[in-house]
Design a protein around this ligand. Structure first.
Ligand SMILES: N[C@@H](CCC(=O)N[C@@H](CS)C(=O)NCC(=O)O)C(=O)O
Length: 215
């Protein structure tokens, strides 16, 4: 049964799922679904009205975290979740941190600079943008820098759901013309470069680059 992902490539959550599908070499079709003001038909499969939502025959499943956990069961190799219970728990927390705190701190930069212009035909609010970049993002970057230490990957010795999730909002940040300062956060910057240069990420970043140009 073929897989359909409802969503658009601007979403860090849709990107998470697409990277997971690419890592696992699972074919799928991306069906455009804009999250703002979803149609009643879409709410039947994604009751929170959010993207992404997976559809496989008559099976539907919203939420990037749920979808990737499901894919891990249907396509266990290569594993995206660590085997070790403690590492597994930590990897899930990094995913939660990325989906909540990280998106809250830097997601609005992309929204104000790119989405408002492209979708709503409005100018973005640079006051909001500056507050995010100057005040909210630095403690989050500090924490990630400290968690990375000298590690190649956030958890264990292999790329995992932790890396997949943490790297995604930074793609939007880059589309909005921003990157963490390499002098202040050298480990985080090198790490993001490492994750974003994986074929799974690279292909999507190139595809998205055609659509989302920095200001
Ligand atoms: N926890 C959800 C979050 C998904 C999410 O917030 N998607 C955004 C787009 S980036 C959305 O659909 N927003 C519309 C809304 O909040 O109504 C997931 O991981 O899939």
């Amino acid at each position: 049964m073929s897989i359909i992902i409802h969503g658009v490539n601007a979403s860090p959550f849709v990107r998470k799922v697409r990277v997971a599908l690419a890592e696992k070499s699972i074919p799928y079709e991306l069906k455009p679904q804009v999250p703002f003001g979803p149609q009643p038909e879409y709410l039947k499969i994604s009751p929170l009205g959010k993207i992404p939502c997976l559809q496989e025959g008559d099976y539907t499943l919203p939420d990037s975290s749920c979808i990737i956990a499901y894919l891990e069961r249907t396509h266990p190799k290569p594993a995206l979740y660590p085997e070790n219970p403690k590492e597994f728990g930590r990897a899930l927390f990094f995913e939660e941190y990325a989906d909540s705190k990280l998106v809250e701190s830097i997601g609005a930069v992309f929204f104000q600079r790119v989405v408002r212009k492209l979708i709503f035909k409005q100018e973005g609010d640079e006051t909001i943008v500056r507050k995010k970049i100057d005040e909210e993002a630095p403690p989050v970057f500090d924490w990630l820098e400290q968690q990375l230490g000298d590690r190649e990957w956030l958890v264990g010795t292999r790329f995992s759901i932790a890396d997949l999730a943490v790297a995604s909002p930074f793609v939007n940040y880059a589309h909005a013309g921003e990157r963490p300062d390499a002098k202040r956060w050298p480990r985080l910057t090198a790490y993001l470069e490492r994750v974003h240069s994986r074929p799974s990420y690279k292909a999507l970043i190139e595809e998205e680059g055609q659509t989302f140009k920095a200001r």
